[in-house]
Write a protein that binds this ligand. Structure first.
Ligand code: HEM
Ligand code: HEM
Length: 179
C-alpha cells in the first residue's frame, strides 16, 4: 500500500531537486554573461553624457536622448544589469583575483549611487533646489567614474576590447590562412 505513495514522494522530491539544480545552473551562467550588461552601461553613459549642460547639443536631440536614457534606464537596464549583478557578485566569495575583487566592489558601490540617483531624477527631476542639484551631481560624477572602471574591470573580455572581438579574430584567422 505504502510503496506507490513513497515512490511518488521520492519522485516529487527528485523533481524539486532537478528544478533547484537547473535554477542554480541558470544563475551560474548569468554570472559570466557580462556583454549585455556592459553594452547597456555604455549606452546609458553616452545618452546621459550628451545630456550634460556643458555640451549643449540642442533640444531637438536632447529630448530623444532623454526619452531613450530614461526609458531604457527604468526598464531594460534595471532588469539586465540587476540579474547580471546579483548572479555575478557571487564570484566575490570564490575569486582569488584581488584586482577583480577590488574593482568589482568599487563598481558595485558606484552602480548603487548611479542607479539610486538616476531613479530620483526619473521620479522627481532637477527642480532647482539644493538636494536635486546635489543628486544630479552624484549621478553625473558616479557615472563618469563608473564607466572607465567597468571597462578596466572587464578589460580582457570587454566588448570594447578589439583584441577579443570576434570580427578581429575572424579577420586575423583569414589573414593567417591566406599567408
Ligand atoms: C536606473 C537607471 C537610470 C535612470 C532612471 C537615469 C535617469 C536620468 C535622468 C532622468 C537624467 C536627466 C537629469 C537631468 O535633468 O539633468 C539623467 C542624466 C544622466 N545620466 Fe542617467 N539614469 C540612469 C542610469 C544611468 C547610468 C547607468 C549612467 C552611466 C553609466 C547614467 C549617466 C547619466 C549622465 C552622464 C547624465 C547627465 C547628467 C547631467 O546632466 O549632469 N545614467 N539620468
Ligand atoms: C556591470 C558591471 C560588471 C561587468 C561588465 C563585469 C565583468 C566582469 C568580467 C568580464 C569578468 C571576468 C570574466 C569572468 O569571470 O566572468 C569579471 C570578473 C569578476 N567580477 Fe565583474 N563585472 C561587473 C561588475 C562586478 C561587480 C559589481 C562585482 C562585485 C560585487 C564583480 C566582481 C567580480 C569578481 C570577483 C570577478 C573575478 C572572478 C574570477 O575570479 O574568475 N564584478 N567581471
Amino acid at each position: 500500500m505504502n510503496a506507490p505513495l513513497s515512490s511518488s514522494v521520492i519522485s516529487s522530491e527528485h523533481q524539486n531537486l532537478s528544478w533547484a539544480q537547473s535554477l542554480k545552473g541558470y544563475w551560474q551562467k548569468q554570472a559570466y554573461r557580462h556583454k549585455n550588461a556592459e553594452k547597456l552601461m555604455y549606452f546609458m553613459f553616452v545618452t546621459g553624457f550628451l545630456l550634460w549642460d556643458q555640451l549643449s547639443v540642442g533640444w531637438a536631440a536632447e529630448r530623444w536622448l532623454l526619452v531613450a536614457h530614461m526609458m531604457v534606464g527604468i526598464s531594460l537596464f534595471l532588469w539586465v544589469v540587476g540579474v547580471f549583478w546579483s548572479a555575478h557578485r557571487q564570484l566575490l566569495m570564490r575569486s582569488r583575483k584581488s584586482f577583480l575583487r577590488i574593482t568589482g566592489r568599487l563598481t558595485e558601490g558606484l552602480l548603487l549611487v548611479c542607479v539610486a540617483s538616476g531613479l530620483y531624477l526619473f521620479f522627481y527631476g532637477v527642480t532647482g533646489n539644493a538636494l536635486s542639484v546635489l543628486i544630479q551631481d552624484l549621478h553625473f560624477y558616479s557615472s563618469v567614474i563608473l564607466t572607465p572602471l567597468v571597462f578596466r574591470h572587464a578589460f580582457r573580455w570587454s566588448v570594447l576590447n578589439l583584441k577579443s572581438s570576434r570580427l578581429v579574430n575572424l579577420l586575423m584567422k583569414r589573414r593567417g590562412g591566406n599567408a
